[in-house]
Design a protein around this ligand. Structure first.
Ligand code: 13P
Length: 313
């Protein structure tokens, strides 16, 4: 397991502590990792000889990570991405699985789902979805590798749909956090989640016409949307942002509340907004655009229920 090296307040290196205690004391305290998990701060040595690679870093770091791996990965290696997000380039949006495939020249599936990490670590029952495009044999291996009696993995042939679900629901979770922070109640929160789900489906299909409706009923779709809007980090930080009436920035709140973990929804809202404005779609996505406007301070958190023309939701 490659680990970005950090010095802990004790002065020790994070990887040394993980290897000594079998515990990621900073990011997953209280959970014992398998004894076969070895933390390695050197990414090249961590991937050496690997034929299955699992990517699970905040999406903003993925391009830099992949660039370090160019030329270091065998062509028959299979990858899977648990990373929820996209990169927006001049030539258009690029999903993280595509970034991995393009930069490393390998096949990449995705795994997304209603998967708050601490609950999985405590072995509480949950489900996940593997999205794949072509290699059925590799997909079966991923399902076997991740599946346990308390973690049910289902594969669907819709890599873009699965990845879009995981990515876009983070924007809706920011909206749900605003609703919570302003104490607008459960009816409002349900309305925001419904409108958000419709925008998720519409945006995914406009970007990738092959995306299937059925994917939104898998764990990666409606289930992940629900868990993230109830208990995720995006919800938590947006709740605090609204309670502070936007006086503390998302960057400040992220640093205060997430102990070094990174928020995905605010950046994703910005990336999606770039696509919307580039293609003239802003009006059609009132919730996504309003989340971006609020999180950048152009509108107050109360604007989350002033979405304009209801034809679009
Ligand atoms: P947060 O990043 O909002 O914690 O969401 C977690 C998640 O993606 C659950 O599947």
């Amino acid at each position: 397991m490659w680990v970005f090296e950090e010095k802990l307040p004790s002065g020790e290196k994070l990887t040394d502590v993980i290897n000594k205690t079998n515990e990621n004391v900073k990011y997953l305290p209280g959970i014992k990792l398998g004894k076969n998990v070895v933390a390695d701060p050197d990414i090249e040595s961590a991937v050496k000889g690997a034929n299955m690679l699992v990517f699970v870093s905040p999406h903003q770091f993925m391009e830099g990570i992949c660039k370090k791996l160019v030329g270091k990965i065998g062509k028959d290696t299979e990858a899977i991405s648990l990373v929820k997000g996209m990169e927006v380039k001049k030539e258009g949006p690029c999903m993280i699985s595509t970034l991995i495939s393009r930069l490393l020249g390998i096949n990449c599936s995705v795994l997304m789902g209603a998967n708050i990490a601490n609950e999985i670590a405590l072995e509480k029952f949950s489900e996940a979805t593997v999205g794949y495009s072509q290699n059925k044999e590799a997909t079966e291996k991923w399902v076997q590798l991740f599946g346990t009696p308390y973690f049910i993995v289902t594969a669907v042939q819709d890599v873009e749909g699965v990845e879009m679900c995981g990515t876009l629901k983070n924007i809706v979770a920011i909206a749900a956090g605003f609703v919570d922070g302003m104490e607008m109640g459960n009816n409002t929160k349900a309305a925001i989640m419904r409108i958000g789900l419709k925008e998720m489906i519409k945006f995914s299909k406009m970007l990738f016409p092959s995306v299937k409706d059925s994917t939104f009923f898998e764990s990666c779709g409606v289930a992940d949307l629900i868990t993230t809007c109830l208990g995720g980090r995006n919800r938590k930080v947006a709740d605090a942002y609204a309670k502070n009436q936007g006086k503390r920035s998302f960057d400040q709140l992220e640093a205060e509340l997430l102990n070094g973990q990174k928020l995905q929804g605010v950046l994703t809202a910005k990336e999606v907004y770039e696509v919307l404005s580039d293609r003239g779609w802003v009006e059609m996505f009132p919730l996504f655009s309003t989340v971006h406007a609020i999180s950048t301070g152009r509108l107050p958190p109360s604007a989350i229920v002033q979405l304009g023309d209801s034809r679009y939701f």
